[in-house]
Design a protein around this ligand. Structure first.
Ligand code: NZQ
Ligand code: ZN
Length: 386
């Protein structure tokens, strides 16, 4: 196992009828900006619950944050934060609203120019200050509620990029599983697959003798496989919703990543598909992941075999046959929750593959846990999905 340091200061408030507790968590003298998306919180009643809990607080609102949140929209929010001297951000919504709120939190206090620097010059320009953030999460999927990451899209240049900082971890996140009751099938399926692939990015690498982390990761995968379909079958099944929600948080709060190598290539390639074609994040992962498993079948062999055996009970055949069976089972699971896994099913034109691979060629970025996935392999992975 590798050396590691781990600190997660996010206070999780989990369970039924917990949204009202938001009032306890925010300083009474704060000037709050409540950020939200396209209006689901108004239809579901979450907005009313938050507003009634925060009566008497100094509260402004900024709505209209898109799924795959736009840099351009975040910059408008930053203007509001500055003009109104906001000192606390409250994100009420899914991962997109929270990611946007993180960008706003860092961007509002950035003094050296355009906050897009955090993404464009990732690793060189770091977040040094950020406004405090609280979150009421309405969609289990991203893990953003318990991590310091954010992914933002710049419409003008069709770019979607991640950035992160421990300073962007929410001070608290309220997770009320009843929020799942109002999710359309599509968003439940997206959440299950996104969380599933988060586990993969931290598990399907190479062996470093970390049996505990492996079993945590496998525990999250098995729970998603069991509980996801229950949520799809009965949206009012509170226990299934709760187990799904907690699994999604555990998939990306850093705990399963401690002491082990991480990949994230599927995400980086998936972001390009969203940037060019607006495909939902989780769906891009369902497309890319089987191609990744196929192309990296040698360097990921031990872990794919372990995954196949422990998750799907695959024990028969040669190693190659077992790997093929593990890939087939993964595809079958994604499709069983209603997510297609091939590029043509999303009407992606073939020339997108060359566009994406040429972006990686220009940036020189090499992906994967071994840093050995270059633009040619990116092309191979995507060609596998035609
Ligand atoms: O915008 P509103 O009207 O609120 O509607 C949303 C949106 O249309 C709706 N929704 C949310 N909660 C609902 C609801 N509808 C009914 N009932 C509810 N309770 O669902 C739609 C999708 O919401 P969104 O926030 O976009 O989904 P998600 O949470 O999956 O977030 C996706 C974004 O997160 C990024 C993705 O790239 C993508 O931009 N990610 C962030 C990560 C992180 N910060 O760690 C990691 C992930 O890998 C991912 O990249
Ligand atoms: Zn993801």
């Amino acid at each position: 196992m590798y050396n590691f340091e781990y600190k997660n200061p996010v206070k999780i408030i989990f369970g039924k009828e917990t949204i009202g507790k938001v009032a306890r968590e925010i300083p009474k003298d704060a000037k709050i900006l409540l950020t939200y998306g396209g209006g689901s919180i108004k239809r579901t009643g979450v907005y009313d619950q938050v507003k009634s809990a925060l009566q008497g607080f100094n509260l402004l609102e900024f709505g209209g944050i898109e799924a795959n949140p736009h840099y351009e929209t975040c910059m408008k929010a930053i203007e509001v934060v500055k003009a109104e001297e906001i000192d606390y951000l409250l994100s009420v919504g899914g991962g997109s609203v929270l990611d946007a709120t993180k960008f706003i939190a860092a961007g509002a206090l950035y003094e050296n120019g355009d906050p897009w620097d955090f993404l464009a010059k990732s690793g060189k320009v770091n977040v040094e200050k950020a406004l405090p953030i609280g979150a009421v999460l309405t969609l289990p999927a991203t893990g953003s509620e318990m991590n310091g990451n954010s992914v933002i899209t710049k419409v003008a240049t069709q770019e979607k990029k991640p950035f992160g900082s421990p300073l962007l971890m929410p001070q608290f996140s309220i997770l009320d599983p009843e929020c799942v009751f109002t999710l359309p099938n599509k968003q439940v399926a997206n959440g299950v697959v996104d969380a599933f692939v988060h586990v993969f990015e931290q598990y399907l690498t190479f062996n470093v003798n970390s049996p505990l982390q492996d079993r945590w990761a496998e525990g999250v995968l098995l729970t998603l496989i069991e509980e996801g379909p229950k949520v799809l079958a009965n949206r009012k099944d509170y226990q299934a919703a709760a187990n799904f929600m907690w699994s999604a948080t555990m998939a990306l709060n850093g705990i399963i990543a401690v002491g082990v190598p991480q990949d994230w290539a599927t995400h980086m390639i998936g972001h390009e598909l969203t940037a060019y074609h607006g495909i939902d994040h989780a769906r891009t992962l369902a497309i890319v992941l089987p191609g990744m498993m196929h192309v990296k079948r040698h360097s990921k062999k031990d872990k794919i075999l372990q995954y196949g055996q422990r998750i799907w009970g695959i024990t028969e055949g040669s190693d190659d046959e077992k790997i093929d069976a593990a890939i087939a089972k993964t595809i079958e699971f994604f499709e069983s929750v209603g997510i297609p896994t091939k590029l043509p099913e999303y009407n992606v034109p073939v020339d997108t593959i060359a566009k994406i691979s040429s972006r990686f060629e220009k940036s020189g970025l090499k992906l994967g846990e071994k840093g050995d996935i270059d633009f040619k392999e990116v092309e191979e992975i995507l060609n596998d999905r035609l």
